[in-house]
Design a protein around this ligand. Structure first.
Ligand SMILES: Cc1cc2nc3c(=O)[nH]c(=O)nc-3n(C[C@H](O)[C@H](O)[C@H](O)COP(=O)(O)OP(=O)(O)OC[C@H]3O[C@@H](n4cnc5c(N)ncnc54)[C@H](O)[C@@H]3O)c2cc1C
Length: 460
């Protein structure tokens, strides 16, 4: 464990957080101090009790629960609204902001990274594809810049090197690097806010409604990017979509793996189980979990799986610790976000499919190229703009794991590296649409490709 403690301490030191508190690029921190328990604070004060305006009480009428009609306060108007701050949403927001758009990024939790960080999925698959028998880095541009930025922080990432694949990051470093890049790009950030509905003008989306501790509010936008992973925005907007079931698991990390005494286990004639994949912190592994198959949009199913998986993790660690030599292995943490592999995907103008991927098909409207994977026979996978574009709703783009892909191919498009590049594509397309005063459906794709290349993206 002392190694782990060192890793964390080194990180804090490298990031400049001492006991006195310093700049993190996020503004001056509030002098973090190590205290054993909360001292008696005298700094609290009373603010006016402002009731949340719900436009009147929710009533029961004819046995049904009825919400009142109400006016909703508009928090802001923006060029590009990105819903969801996961791997796709963060890159989309940075790309659009760097291209000159006014960008707002709404995220339901308090940090960025989505499943990559909150879901503790630490290994970024499919950054590279095999071309002429050699590994080639397909994730370039802002996605690779993000990975490279991890290198500046000791213990930030492993396997991010020219001849390596499968970079694996520390989730806290990823959250910090993403926040720093988003802020430096000038994105307006709205955290702790859950988007619940779409503002519609016939077939065109004009913004979203979200709930937060401040009550319901609206954000109006010229273009909305749905990077919620679950297609919450296009679902609410009435776009055609496909709902999938998949295996759900609670990813977690184990600590003390470096204390395992293999000789002791061998002497006792016991096999040591797998402790999962390596992470940047010595002695700490991440443990993927398959879990049962369920509808990832069914809150009752999610609640049961979360409870069952937690119990299973603790049963397993109890078994592990009974193995001679493994007594000091412990549960470091469990993911704050349940491992949703897929839920709702877009019915796009084009659906990426397995046959095209295996054949290495190219597209004249290519806007992203992800690396290879078993599904693509290790070939890089070109993603056309039409896979981000809903069939009928205007002013809307999808990015990340909810783009249009068939039931097999979504197991590729949901990997972190493809999410980084489709996020980049959506952000660039939204910025061009705003600049040219066009809807994403009418956007000049050649201009989007040119902006993406200017921002360092690889398009094949
Ligand atoms: C168990 C498991 C193992 C995996 N293993 C791997 C692996 O080994 N390697 C790999 O590359 N990939 C792996 N993946 C896939 C990968 O982690 C995800 O598919 C990818 O991170 C998705 O990125 P995203 O940005 O599209 O979506 P997400 O990461 O889901 O991000 C969506 C963001 O939107 C926010 N959000 C959602 N709804 C709303 C709303 N209504 N309002 C506001 N905000 C909202 C969420 O909080 C989140 O931050 C795995 C996934 C799982 C579940």
């Amino acid at each position: 464990m002392s190694d782990n403690m060192h890793g964390r301490r080194d990180f804090l030191k490298a990031a400049g957080v001492g006991t006195a508190g310093v700049m993190l690029g996020l503004g001056v921190l509030n002098r973090p101090r190590t205290v054993r328990a909360d001292p008696i604070y005298k700094g609290s004060s009373i603010v006016k009790a402002d009731p949340i305006d719900h436009g009147g009480p929710v009533i029961i009428s004819g046995g049904k629960v009825i919400q009142p009609r109400r006016e909703i306060k508009v928090m802001r108007e923006t060029d590009v609204l990105v819903v969801g701050g996961g791997s796709a949403g963060v890159i989309a927001a940075i790309s659009a902001a760097r291209a000159g758009a006014d960008v707002t990024l709404v995220e339901r939790y308090g940090c960025f990274g989505g499943l990559w960080t909150g879901g503790l999925v630490l290994i970024v698959l499919s950054t590279h594809g095999r071309i002429d028998g050699k590994q080639f880095r397909c994730v370039q541009g802002i996605g690779n810049e993000l990975l490279e930025r991890h290198l500046k922080i000791p213990g930030g990432i492993i396997n991010q090197a020219p001849n390596r694949i499968n970079p694996t990051s520390d989730p806290e470093v990823t959250k910090y690097v993403m926040a720093d890049m988003v802020r430096k790009a000038g994105v307006h950030v709205v955290l702790h806010s859950w988007v619940t509905n779409a503002i519609m003008d016939e077939q065109a989306i004009r913004g979203v409604i979200f709930e937060s501790k401040s009550g319901p509010m609206a954000i109006k936008a010229k273009v909305v990017i749905d990077a919620s992973g679950d297609g919450d925005v296009f679902g609410a907007a009435g776009a055609d979509s496909v709902r999938h079931t998949h295996k759900i698991g609670l990813v977690h990390r184990l600590g003390g793996v470096d204390t395992v005494d293999r000789a002791k286990a061998k002497k006792a004639g016991v096999r040591i189980p797998s402790f999962g994949g390596a992470t940047p912190i010595p002695g700490v592994t991440w443990v993927n979990m398959q879990g049962p198959t369920a509808d990832c949009l069914d809150v009752e199913a999610l609640s049961k799986i979360e409870m069952d998986d937690r119990a299973a993790i603790w049963r397993r660690i109890a078994e592990i610790r009974k193995i001679p030599g493994c007594e000091k292995v412990f549960v470091l943490d469990t993911a704050s976000q349940l491992g949703i592999r897929t839920s709702r995907t877009l019915v796009g103008v084009h659906e990426i499919n397995i046959n095209e991927a295996k054949a290495g098909k190219t597209f004249s409207d290519v806007v992203a190229v992800g690396g290879g994977y078993a599904l693509t026979k290790s070939k890089p996978c070109a993603i056309p703009y039409r896979a981000l574009l809903p069939k009928k709703i205007d002013n809307l783009l999808a990015a990340g794991r909810c783009i249009a892909a068939d039931n097999l191919m979504l197991n590729y498009t949901r990997l972190i590296a493809p999410c980084l590049v489709t996020g980049h594509a959506a952000g660039a397309a939204a910025a061009i649409a705003v600049a040219d005063k066009k809807s994403p459906r009418q956007v000049n794709v050649a201009k989007v490709q040119s902006l993406l290349k200017k921002q360092g993206a690889y398009l094949g």
